[in-house]
Each structure stands twice: as C-alpha cells, then as structure tokens.
Design a binder for this molecule. Structure first.
Ligand SMILES: Nc1ncnc2c1ncn2[C@@H]1O[C@H](COP(=O)(O)OP(=O)(O)O)[C@@H](O)[C@H]1O
Ligand SMILES: [Mg+2]
Length: 429
C-alpha cells in the first residue's frame, strides 16, 4: 500500500525535477542567445550592451538592469571601462575609467582570473571604491577569459545579499568565456581592418611617388636616348668604331630604362585607379590579327612562325589600347622566350560564358615555382630571352591588372621544357 505521505513526497520530487528541467532549458536558451548575439555584425559596444541586457532577463540570477564591462590591458595591467547599461553616477564613470589589476572587486578578478560573488558593497571589505549616494547592492564579477588570456571583466549588480542562483558560477563563467571569444574576434577584425587601411595608405603613397619619379625621369632620359641615337648614327659628325660601340650601349640602356619607366607609370596609374577604360563593343579577332601582324617582323627575325587560330566569337566590349597591351605582352613574351624554328599559336575560342584568348609557344615552359610567381611585379623567372632581349618583369603584372579591370581572368599552364600557354578571358555578356 502506498501511503499518502509517499505520494506527497513523489509529487514534490516530480515538481522539483520539472523545475530543474525548466532551469536547464533557461540556461541553454541564454547561452544560445548570447552566442547568437556575438555572431551578429555591428559595433562591439552595441553587441556587449545586448548581451548585458539579455543577462538581466535571466530571472533566476536576480540581477538589476545595471551592469558593465571592462576591457583588460594585459601589458599595463589595467582595466578600462568600455560599456555599461543602467544608471551610473558621473563620479562612478569618471573614477572607474581605468582601474589597476588588484584594485576593488573587478581588479581582483582581473588579477586572479577567479569569479567573485559579493553580498554587499558595504560589508565586503574587498569593495574598496566607494561613491557618493551609493546604495546597498551585491555583485557578480565575472572574468572574461579565453585561451589563458584575460580579455576583460563583466560586473552585474544584484540586490544586497540576494538568493544566489545555484549554478551561477557555471553559467556565468561559460558566458564569460563566450564573451571573451567574441571580444577577441572583434578586436582581431579591427586590427586587420586597421592594418589594411595602413597598407592601402602606404601603397597609395608608393604609387604617387612612382608616378612622380617616373614622370620626371622621362624627359632627361628622352634627351639621352635621342642624342645618343643621333651621335651613334654619325648624323652630327664622324665617330670611330669604339665610340660607336659605347654610344650603342648608352642608347640601348636608355631605351630599356624608358620601357621600364613606361611600365612603372602604367602600374602606378592602374593601381591608383587613374585609368579610365574606354570600352567599346568590337571584334577581338580583328584586334588579335592586328597584333600578330605587328609582331610578324620580330618573329621572322628569330625564324619563329606565328599561326592564328580564330573561332567564331561574338563582339565584345573592351578597351582597345588595354587589350592591345595585353595581347602584345603575351605574344612578345612568347617570341622573346622561344628558340628559333618554333611555332606560336595565337587562338581565340568560346569557353562557357567567356571568350578566351591564348598564346601557345614551344619555348622553355614554366617550372612549378615559376607558375606561383607569374603575374606578380618584378618577376624575372627561369626562362631567359633567347635573342638578347631585355626583361623588366612588369609586363605580366600589368596584364593581370588590365584584364581584371575588364572583369576577366588571366592564367598560364605549361609542362617544363614543353612550351607554355598564356591566356586571358573576357566575359561574353
Ligand atoms: N612564354 C613564356 N615562356 C616562358 N617564360 C615566360 C613566358 N612569358 C613570361 N615568362 C617568364 O615570366 C617572366 C615575367 O614576364 P613579364 O612580366 O612579361 O616580364 P618580362 O617580359 O619583362 O621579362 C619572364 O621574365 C619569364 O621568365
Ligand atoms: Mg614581357
């Protein structure tokens, strides 16, 4: 026979089990909601305000709508007040702006990494900082720690000596960990943003300098180039063979420098966004044909055969001068790095939604290392010119920038020793 007393007992056991389940559910809910807030985008302060407000809604904690977060400066061992909710006096906000580790309740938590539950600001002698008009209150002071780093301290106000929630330690320390992670990841993001802004500033400065320097060097260089040409060709009087040879060297060096300056100016113009594409709908096959004709003489000098393989492609919108420069660089490189008696195939074709222009040669090809460095500035790679031509290592970097401005892609593939194919694509619509 089950007695009334036993039934009573069982019922109350069921009641407390149900209460336990309800509380657990509340705890999971709050953890879930806080982690959701921490993944939202927005300002760090706003995010922390939301978290603190959400905490004040967790009834069992019996916290007031009054809380704050200090961020830790581990190097200087100080806490700086970052964000609060609820009413705080001017005096409090001023005095608590910065507190050293070890001072008052929050400083103690920062120093020890241990959470403090304090019954009353008047009877707890660790509560060293007092303020005018301070009313009796208790505290939860929670360390915000992640991966052994003290990130900050969260303080929550309670009534004086409240009925403390049984699992307040577990739940608040977990929340402290989540908050620390959230703050750290925001701080990292901000650092990356700042670094990027600084890099951009430095890069802009570099482009400006590059632009000015190459522009100002052009005129004197032009004088050297044209006068050495006139003298070496004996247009202003006879010269002997030795003088001719030396002047030839001056002329070639200044020609190379002038090409280098043109490339540097191009890089600086493109990077600083000073290049306006003049896009018109036109025939890429025609542009390819013109470029092949222009390079024919150069190729013949090295007994290299240029072959066109053009597909039926729709008209495309592009900047003629820019695409000429791109094609000229690919074809010029193929001629420059290929040995005599080889063939270069210049092709156009439709590939999915793109039109692809490619230059395939039978030159030395590209090693894996080369392929990683292609299209970057100042990369003179393992292939060396086969006819005494010069290299600046800027051509492909300019090609990439110009094609990207057209929303296209560039690439190259090769088998070392078996030629290479360089290509770019343009979107067909
Ligand atoms: N068709 C090619 N075959 C083999 N190597 C090439 C080819 N095109 C370019 N390269 C390599 O890439 C480097 C960079 O090319 P580029 O930027 O046009 O500069 P440059 O023509 O002034 O050398 C070249 O120095 C060369 O080593
Ligand atoms: Mg080149």
């Amino acid at each position: 026979m089950v007695t009334d007393g036993e039934i009573e007992k069982n019922l109350s056991r069921i009641d407390s089990a149900e209460e336990e389940i309800r509380l657990r559910k509340e705890e999971y809910k709050i953890l879930h909601e806080i982690s959701k807030i921490l993944h939202e985008t927005g300002e760090l302060k706003e995010m922390l305000t939301k978290v603190m407000t959400r905490l004040t809604h967790f009834e069992e904690l019996k916290v007031e709508h009054k809380a704050g977060i200090f961020l830790a400066d581990e190097e200087k061992r100080v806490l700086r007040l970052f964000s609060t909710i609820g009413k705080f006096s001017e005096e409090f906000l001023e005095k608590e702006k910065e507190i050293p580790y070890g001072n008052c309740l929050c400083g103690r938590v920062a120093a020890s990494g241990e959470m403090i539950i304090s019954k009353s600001c008047f009877t707890d002698n660790r509560h060293e900082n007092k303020f005018k008009g301070m009313t009796a209150h208790g505290h939860y002071i929670i360390p915000l720690q992640s991966q052994g780093r003290m990130v900050g301290v969260l303080f929550l106000y309670t009534d004086e000596n409240p009925p403390w929630y049984v699992r307040s330690q577990e739940i608040l320390i977990s929340i402290g960990g989540l908050l620390a992670e959230g703050i750290l990841s925001r701080q990292r993001e901000e650092q990356i943003r700042n670094n990027n802004e600084n890099l951009k500033k430095i890069n802009d400065l570099k482009n400006k300098f590059l632009g000015i320097a190459s522009h100002d060097l052009r005129n004197p260089l032009f004088i050297i180039q044209s006068f050495s040409e006139v003298i070496k060709d004996a247009s202003v009087g006879d010269i002997n063979a030795k003088q001719k040879d030396l002047l030839e060297k001056i002329y070639n060096a200044s020609k190379f420098m002038s090409a280098l300056l043109d490339n540097l100016l191009d890089v600086s113009k493109i990077e600083s966004g000073k290049i306006d594409l003049d896009r018109k709908v036109q025939d890429l096959n025609l542009t390819a044909k013109q470029q092949v004709e222009l390079n024919q003489l150069l190729a013949e000098k090295k007994s290299i055969k240029l072959t066109l393989s053009l597909a039926d492609i729709p008209p495309l919108s592009y900047d003629h001068n820019a695409i000429i420069q791109v094609m000229g660089n690919f074809i010029g490189n193929a001629i420059k790095f290929s040995p005599s008696n080889t063939e270069i195939i210049i092709a156009t074709e439709c590939v999915e939604n793109d039109i692809r222009f490619s230059v395939c040669d039978e030159g030395p090809g590209l090693s894996e290392e080369d392929q990683k460095l292609l299209f970057k500035e100042f990369q003179v790679l393992s292939a060396k010119p086969t006819g005494g031509e010069k290299s600046t290592g800027l051509g492909l970097a300019i090609v990439k920038k110009l094609v990207h401005l057209h929303s296209g892609r560039v690439g190259a593939y090769s088998n070392k020793g078996a030629g290479s194919t360089f290509f770019f694509t343009l979107p067909s619509q």
